[in-house]
Design a protein around this ligand. Sequence first.
Ligand SMILES: Cc1cc2nc3c(=O)[nH]c(=O)nc-3n(C[C@H](O)[C@H](O)[C@H](O)COP(=O)(O)OP(=O)(O)OC[C@H]3O[C@@H](n4cnc5c(N)ncnc54)[C@H](O)[C@@H]3O)c2cc1C
Length: 409
Amino acid sequence: MAEFTMELNDEQKEVRDWLHGFAADVIRPAAAEWDEREETPWPVIQEAAKVGIYSLDFYAQQYFDPTGLGIPMAMEELFWGDAGIALSIVGTGLAAVGVLANGTEEQIGTWIPQMYGDANDVKVAAFCSSEPDAGSDVSSMRTRAVYDEAKDEWVLNGTKTWATNGGIANVHVVVAVVDSELGSKGHASFIVPPNTPGLSQGQKFKKHGIRASHTAEVVLENARIPGSCLLGGKEKLDERLARARERARAGGGERVKNAAMATFEASRPAVGAMAVGTARAAYEEALEYAKTREQFGRPIIDNQGVAFQLADMRTSIDAARLLVWRASWMAVNGKPFTAAEGSMSKLFASETAKKVTAQAVQILGGNGFTREYPVERMHRDAAIYTIFEGTSEIQRLVIARTLSGMPIR
Ligand SMILES: Cc1cc2nc3c(=O)[nH]c(=O)nc-3n(C[C@H](O)[C@H](O)[C@H](O)COP(=O)(O)OP(=O)(O)OC[C@H]3O[C@@H](n4cnc5c(N)ncnc54)[C@H](O)[C@@H]3O)c2cc1C
């Protein structure tokens, strides 16, 4: 097990500087344009693929970094550049992790390369869990997967919503109900291969922020996929369902639910790190502006009312990063989240990003309210962090349940 450290090693610093260079030179200058276009920034993803940032290799290297700091460091730098573009770059990684975590070696080898494509023909992937009536309440999911034994095929029906890269992805990872009696334990994940008849894009959403990231409904109408597309395989699923039925019979329903929540905990620090990146970007803009903007014959930072805000902003950002790094180190080293440390990190970092970007708009005054300055966009982008991958209220619920051991509602 790697010791927890608050210092990046030389190799990590090199990677961080390289990512920062890409974020500053390629992502940031493109941010305003793709925000206005509200389209996937394919040329930027292609640039990222050319230099090796958009690839499974890069993502896996950071993911398996034993210090736990690889992913948060990478997320912070890319999202410092721009949240919408960065999500377009890392969105595929989020779907790929679903396959890495649950897939067989053959599934990993077959599908992950098709999620990324190559630098001359980049592709993206989507992870589709949320539905119109099943957001926070995943157990209300309705999309069904029915096994057609005669053909060894699964048949998928339902509507997914708010899927990042939904409909434009080469490969979709879809979570569906296979046993409706078991709540979220009766769910399984499936690969929907490219050009599968029956999968189509529904509504594409026009959004408040992260507008360079494509978000859409995914409609599944009798979408037939090979039996081999069930992640982990049928045998494993049957064993898992049998265990869940046994536990449900023995009255262990709540325990089952909490185990599912614990799995989500591990991915939350990465979202916290995205929020830290956006918050830091806005803080840096505000600090620079406060030092140069003059009113009443002196820089506005000369006023404690402004300087103290900046002090608070920086303090919160550093505290958020520490929570994120701790949780990420714990997740990578298999330390149990006995106080829901993953949720804590996501909760604090996302709320910090919302607050800090609002303060940055205030410090820039009229300019902060216009699209001439990036803090306006950062403030809109930051609103997503308290919503996706579990809202702030759901994080508080997880933390409170973990601390108390009570089924708090
Ligand atoms: C831009 C964007 C990208 C997304 N990308 C993806 C993706 O790639 N894949 C995917 O599957 N999903 C994705 N999502 C969906 C996202 O995860 C959900 O929006 C989120 O989980 C919240 O669900 P909901 O919107 O249905 O809100 P609801 O669950 O309806 O919640 C509404 C409000 O009620 C509160 N609330 C609900 N239950 C409770 C409770 N028990 N106690 C206290 N408060 C409660 C919530 O905190 C929230 O404030 C994305 C969403 C957005 C906006």
